[in-house]
Design a binder for this molecule. Structure first.
Ligand SMILES: [Zn+2]
Length: 169
């Protein structure tokens, strides 16, 4: 297990880091080990606890401005791998700007959605109103848990209690 779950000082999940980075954070006193694995972490001269979940000592603010970059994988996962317009999970999924870029729509989580290719084509370069289409839900930035899920093939059991909004996958 080379991945370590990082919690904010408030115990909110932040991200996943490498064993090495986690160990450095703990070693420098910037984080504490909340869960450890029952095996020693050996360096040339010492033995340490093997961190599994760590918590930052000082709360870090995660400003909206530096929110995670939008990737298709994260976007589709946020939207449950279904089209936000018609709800289909079949066919090719695409990234759609709710307010088209040509009309000033930004590439931000609040303005991008998962759309099936036919819906994307039907909407074209129009706004929702112009296209007479509706969103099934309002797009918003995904919770950190989503990125944690995407960054690891399988969520370790020892992490689960710290990930309350873990989607049943
Ligand atoms: Zn659709």
């Amino acid at each position: 297990m080379q991945q370590v779950l990082v919690l904010n000082a408030s115990y909110e999940p932040l991200n996943v880091t490498t064993l090495r980075r986690a160990h450095v954070l703990v070693f420098k006193g910037k984080a504490e080990v909340i869960e450890e694995l029952n095996r020693p972490l050996r360096s040339a001269s010492s033995t340490y606890r093997w961190p599994h979940v760590i918590r930052l000592v000082h709360y870090v603010r995660v400003p909206r401005a530096i929110q995670r970059k939008i990737s298709r994988r994260a976007l589709f996962a946020r939207d449950g791998w279904r089209c936000v317009y018609c709800g289909t999970t079949a066919g090719r999924l695409t990234l759609d700007h709710v307010t088209p870029r040509s009309k000033g729509g930004e590439s931000i989580w609040e303005n991008v959605v998962t759309a099936c290719a036919p819906c994307n084509h039907r909407k074209g370069n129009r706004t929702l109103k112009e296209a007479n289409m509706e969103l099934r839900f309002l797009p918003k930035p995904p919770a950190p848990t989503l990125f944690i899920q995407l960054s690891t093939p399988k969520i370790p059991t020892g992490w689960k209690q710290y990930l309350p909004d873990l989607a049943a996958a």
